[in-house]
Write a protein that binds this ligand. Structure first.
Ligand code: NAD
Length: 487
């Protein structure tokens, strides 16, 4: 099969101010309505994004349904070629995609945006090479039983604003390689990178295989309700995840939910805490704390409390808050005004309750953009909101414990169960603690390592189902058992 990787997008991608188009059925569509997308570093309008109507969504779904017949009938090898051509086409636009990502999301270009785009591209290539083989689950003299995994149909992907490229392409690659077609609805706060990688897809993939529709939250619920959507792969908040399950019930859609978290890091009494401060800091404050698996509660032992807080604050003071395009900046703005206002409320509450603030705590309101300083809260009470809830910003509660058993109990006493980490010199003890955390992922003496073969997903209210690994890929398929009599 000849696969063309030539890019025929209407406008060069480096036109960051637009225009931007919906990508539907191999075409780039303009819409009557559009909405503002802000640059969080300035608070000013960066571009206008097309607002898809329900009719656009219907058109995209019809095209995806039509494309499914041909796409699902291709061999894995043919689909692999298409995905590799798509990865090549994205790579050709990598610098501009990364810059656009910083412009719409705020994250520092070199340390966050470029790695996000690069990881997404390499993810597509790695997944393209993965297969779900047919398994013989039983064989006797008389019969053989095969387990196949067949694609579901049209998958709807709904994504948030913290990692707009990675979290979307994490869904695209496994959905497409297993034979599904897909519609992505990006967050209205960060639709631009998705619209651009959608344009690139139209030049490489068969029409209808991957469509991008941007618009308000209502578009998300129209997608989850639509009878021709076989599965919703959702990443976002737990509150919206609950709505997704409810609305998927009507047509018994498959649902994978990657939701919020309140990850605890437990630093054990024997930890060489000074050497791990950078990992803990970036684990909490990377992406300005807007990370589902970010460290949101940092439990430390009383024996080194003072030294730890001092070292953590020293490291934090070396960071520079500012526009992610500035190469000297290491911490960008938070992504949107809603999150900015929420974080200001957290800070007001911390102040009103008299919790000890070891660093930060005050937002410079005269500064344009959505800048929240790195804030370290020293030993707030366990029942405070900053410990109990997901802050999703650069505010780090450092909480003192005396007894490891108590730290484990406090870490587990949460409706969330996404990730967590354990840090200590004695690896056996650290692993034993990790085994007791009630979460989908636990890192031991490392943080946030991920990979295409490493299952990723939350327990409790942090999610349903898994992404990545065989488990994650299989969730884009239906198991189908074929029982064959041999005579
Ligand atoms: P959100 O739930 O507000 O929005 C996520 C997406 O859902 C957006 O595209 C939004 O437009 C859409 N949406 C909103 N209402 C909808 C509805 N009724 N039906 C269908 N779709 C709807 O989340 P957010 O604020 O964009 O993202 C932050 C949250 O995402 C945090 O809680 C964070 O922990 C979580 N998150 C989880 C993971 C993970 O892998 N577990 C990764 C990143 C972010």
């Amino acid at each position: 099969m000849a696969i063309s990787a030539s890019i025929k997008v209407k406008k060069p991608i480096s036109d960051f101010s637009g225009p931007y188009f919906l990508s539907i059925a191999g075409k780039l569509l303009e819409t009557d309505d559009s909405f503002d997308v802000l640059n969080p570093a300035t608070g000013r309008v960066l571009a206008r994004a097309p607002a898809a109507t329900a009719a656009h969504l219907d058109e995209a779904i019809a095209a995806a349904k039509a494309a499914f017949r041909g796409w699902s009938a291709l061999s894995y090898e043919d689909r692999e070629q298409y995905l590799n051509a798509y990865a090549d086409a994205l790579e050709a636009q990598r610098d501009d995609l990364a810059r656009l990502l910083t412009l719409e999301q705020g994250k520092p270009l070199a340390t966050m945006a470029v790695p996000e785009v690069d990881q997404s591209i390499s993810w597509i290539r790695k997944i393209a090479a993965r297969r779900i083989p047919v398994e013989v689950v039983e064989e006797t003299a008389d019969h053989v039983v095969e387990l196949h995994h067949t694609p579901l149909g049209v998958v709807g992907a709904i994504t948030p604003w913290n990692f707009p490229v990675l979290l979307a392409l994490w869904k695209v690659a496994p959905a497409l390689i297993t034979g599904n077609t897909m519609i992505i609805k990006p967050s209205p706060f960060t639709p631009l990178t998705a619209l651009r990688f959608g344009e690139i897809a139209q030049a490489v993939l068969p029409p209808g295989v991957l469509s991008i529709v941007s618009g308000a939250n209502e578009l998300g619920s129209q997608l989850t309700e639509h009878p021709d959507i076989a599965k919703i792969s959702f990443t976002g908040s737990t509150a919206t995840g609950q709505k997704v399950i409810r609305s998927a019930a009507g047509t018994i859609k498959r649902v994978t939910l990657e939701l919020g978290g309140n990850d605890a890091a437990i630093v054990l009494p024997d930890a060489d805490y000074r050497s791990i401060i950078p990992q803990l800091f970036w684990g909490a404050v990377g992406n300005s704390g807007q990370w589902c698996v970010g460290i949101k509660r940092l439990y430390i032992h009383r024996s080194y409390h003072e030294g730890f807080v001092e070292a953590f604050v020293d490291y934090a003071r070396q960071q520079k808050l500012g526009d992610g395009l500035d190469p000297t900046v290491t911490v960008g703005p938070v992504q949107n005004r809603m999150q900015y206002e929420k974080l200001k409320d957290w800070l007001a509450e911390i102040k009103a309750n008299g919790y000890k603030v070891a660093l930060g705590g005050v937002v410079d309101e005269s500064r344009p953009g959505f800048f929240v300083p790195v804030t370290v809260v020293d030993n707030p009470p366990e029942d405070s909101r900053i410990v109990q809830e997901e802050q999703f910003g650069p505010i780090v509660p450092i909480i003192v414990y005396d007894d490891v058993e108590d730290a484990i109990e406090r870490a587990n006493d949460s409706p969330f169960g996404l990730g967590g980490s354990v840090w200590g010199r004695d690896r056996k003890i650290a692993i034993a603690v990790a085994n007791r955390l009630e979460t989908g992922m636990v890192w031991v003496n490392e943080i946030h390592t991920q990979g295409v073969d490493i299952p990723f997903g939350g327990h409790k209210q942090s999610g349903l189902g898994t992404e990545h690994g065989n488990e994650g890929r299989q969730l884009f398929t239906n198991p189908k058992t074929i029982l064959i009599h041999k005579q």
